[in-house]
Ligand binder design. Sequence first.
Ligand code: UTP
Length: 293
Amino acid sequence: MSKITKAIIPAAGLGTRVLPATKSMPKEMLPIVDKPAIQYIVEEAAASGITDILVVTNRGKGLIEDHFDRAFEMESNLLKAEKESAYHNIVDISKLANIYFVRQKETKGLGHAVNCGRSFFKGEAFAVLYGDDVVIGDTPATKELIDAYYKYSQGVLGVKKVPADQISKYSSLKLEKIQNERNIFRCTDMIEKPLQDEILSLYSIMGRCILTPEIFDILDSTSTGAGGEIQLTDAMRVLAKTQGMVAVEYSGTRYDMGNKLGIMQAQVETALNHSQIGDDFREYLKSVCKNLK
Ligand code: UTP
């Protein structure tokens, strides 16, 4: 089995849930304290052994390309001002991985976005990291999924449990626990945005998966599903039923940077642990909480 060294980050959505912030700025560039969401995602991929990343973009996402490029004027100014640490911080961003870009010319859904990467993967298995799902934890989530891929030789879904009243906004998975595994399941069925009587479990796909190259032919024949979009979940359902898939309940905390509450949760929790502002922010938050009703 070949090593997984390539990943795709779909980042061509419209971000309508975070308007007006996303009118001209990609939601993937929204900062969590001082770092854009997509940098956390690229860092997770790199820490998982990924060397080559294809980012799917569309109109107005040029800021993402600039962020992973060198910025010579800024760099030389930082050096002149003897701000060595800031200099290294920004140069290092451009060295995280080889990053490539492809345009999704029409916003036809996550499945359609992943299908834009067909020629990049040349018959290899690859990781998918959804561009608005940031996962923070001690072990990179993508690494946990890649390890499961090496063990079971099947596509892998990164999953989390969601509250019952929220599941209709996500996908729902039919899972069976694998003996002697703490957090790995077999996945035999799945559905995107289930109605009440279609719920298979409260486990949902949360922003990460490992796919085998067969997914591309399946995507070619996947018709539009929930929301009038080509849904990756519908294609993965076929993969699960034909080849089998496993699901890993990864250990990190997942933040949904595609909705306002998720953004604030990411900000507050990251700020509390931040090396520069953590202590001051904790005091500030305590003073705010004292007056909360
Ligand atoms: P979402 O459905 O959360 O993104 O897709 P969205 O369309 O931006 O959401 P709204 O408008 O707020 O409802 C999950 C991920 O898939 C990407 C998004 O950028 C996001 O990272 N995506 C989605 C694409 O790349 N292309 C698409 O056509 C749809």
